[in-house]
Ligand binder design. Sequence first.
Ligand SMILES: [Zn+2]
Length: 189
Amino acid sequence: MDYFEIRDILVKKDKSRFLFTVEFFPEEGKYHSDGHRACGVSLKPAETKALSGICPSCGKPLTVGVLSRVEELADRMDGARPENAVPARRLVPLEEVLSECIGTGVASQKVQREYRRLTALAPEFSYLLDMEESEIREAAGERVASAIIKVREGDISITPGFDGEFGRISIFGHEATEEKDAEHHPSLF
Ligand SMILES: [Zn+2]
């Protein structure tokens, strides 16, 4: 594929060749919901509206996040899909999956060592997107394999980020143990 072919596929949304896009969960971003970090207040767009954008704790204007802006610009209801939409696959970076499975922070040696070991065997996207569960299990063990399958199925919960605080992923029903390090996700706000 060259530039022109790729461009053509994108423009025409040729579904036989444009299979899906790969995304993070937007809730992980630091400014997804509205709120005040110092006040411990996190709100959904509708709640912010109901409060006229004022923090119920300190009375100052709330830091309004991406989701509120999306709602403002939206010309259709939440969850509506345009007819010719290309599907998206959402993933959680492998380091974060390992962090939750191992129980230490993303930047910890345990996580980093395991991340390097696994990505020496296969590319990160293979684990996250295509590899058979049995193969992941063989390379990374039972817990990581089941975590990745849960992420693929969207069977995880995320506490959305707000006012400069990263969102927190929970795969097995408990929150990651350490604060995330901003340098780890240059692609997220
Ligand atoms: Zn406040």
